[in-house]
Design a protein around this ligand. Structure first.
Ligand SMILES: [Fe+2]
Length: 288
């Protein structure tokens, strides 16, 4: 991974490579979120970032990382969102998984079934937030979609002269123009996000079946909304999540209050399209 790319990522530091010590110049600019603590018991290997980073880095993560998305997402939101909300999903997931394993061991199927809601909710919360942290970047590192993803956006949202408002410039580059297809994608995402009743997510997803069919006009990139912490693929089997907008109030209320549309508009300024493109290319390769 290039130094520049490393700087642009928001990620959990589960890398305890010795070569970190050779990287001090970049450490100052690196963006780390502190690792989530895992339960002492993980009967099933739920992926939580581990092991804890070395003290030097850990100290740095707690002081520099949460401000990485300002002014779009204030440090206070990031701190609470990551260390409290996401952490709660992980802790509760581990607890439910342990109970499930115990129930399975004693053959208590009824207990196993009763744990499914907790596994779904907290497991979904962990999966969704893990993707979220990967797909955000500082405003200064923003780049618009390029390459295969840009072409897929054009094919899926270009609309053959319909929908897009062209030149609205709602993206995060600060430039006045962006492709009409990207405008349309963002409009659909905004509608999905604002339309979520209560808490949930708006998603940009990849539809492997549409891509495989190769029919002209059939969208391989789609926009969907899910309730609560349902992952995209749970609510819409087969779809692969590429980017999600978290519209739980914990994601935006301290900054945007009840103006969810403002938050949904601003989030594009910290969307890491390079990471989204990588996820798209990975999903597309698997779907062939
Ligand atoms: Fe969240």
């Amino acid at each position: 991974m290039s130094d520049r790319r490393k700087r642009s990522l928001l990620f959990f530091d589960d890398d305890d490579d010795d070569d970190d010590d050779d990287d001090d110049d970049n450490d100052d600019a690196a963006l780390f979120l502190p690792p989530l603590s895992s339960s002492p018991f993980t009967p099933h290997p739920i992926k939580t970032p581990s092991p804890p980073p070395p003290p030097k880095r850990h100290q740095k993560t707690t002081t520099t990382t949460t401000s990485a998305l300002e002014p779009v997402i204030p440090a206070e939101i990031m701190q609470l969102h990551h260390s409290k909300h996401h952490q709660a999903y992980v802790s509760n997931l581990n607890a439910a998984a342990e109970k499930h394993a115990a129930a399975e061991a004693r053959g208590d199927v009824a207990a196993m079934v009763s744990l499914q809601p907790a596994l779904r909710f907290n497991g979904g919360g962990h999966v969704n937030h893990s993707l979220l942290w990967q797909t955000l970047c500082p405003v200064a590192d923003f780049e618009p979609p390029r390459g295969a993803l840009e072409r897929a956006i054009e094919e899926s949202f270009g609309g053959g002269g319909g929908g897009g408002r062209g030149g609205q410039g709602s993206g995060g580059s600060g430039s006045a123009k962006q492709p009409a297809a990207l405008d349309r994608l963002q409009q659909e995402m905004a509608a999905a996000a604002v339309g979520v009743q209560g808490s949930g997510w708006a998603w940009l997803g990849f539809d492997p079946s549409a891509a495989a069919a190769g029919r002209k006009g059939q969208q391989q990139l789609v926009v969907r909304a899910t309730a609560n912490q349902d992952p995209l693929g749970t609510a819409f089997p087969g779809l692969v999540p590429l980017y999600g907008i978290d519209v739980w109030e914990h994601a935006y209320y301290l900054r945007y209050k009840n103006a969810r549309p403002d938050y949904v508009r601003e989030i594009w300024k910290v969307t890491d399209w390079r990471r989204v493109a990588a996820l798209f290319e990975e999903a597309a390769a698997k779907g062939k």
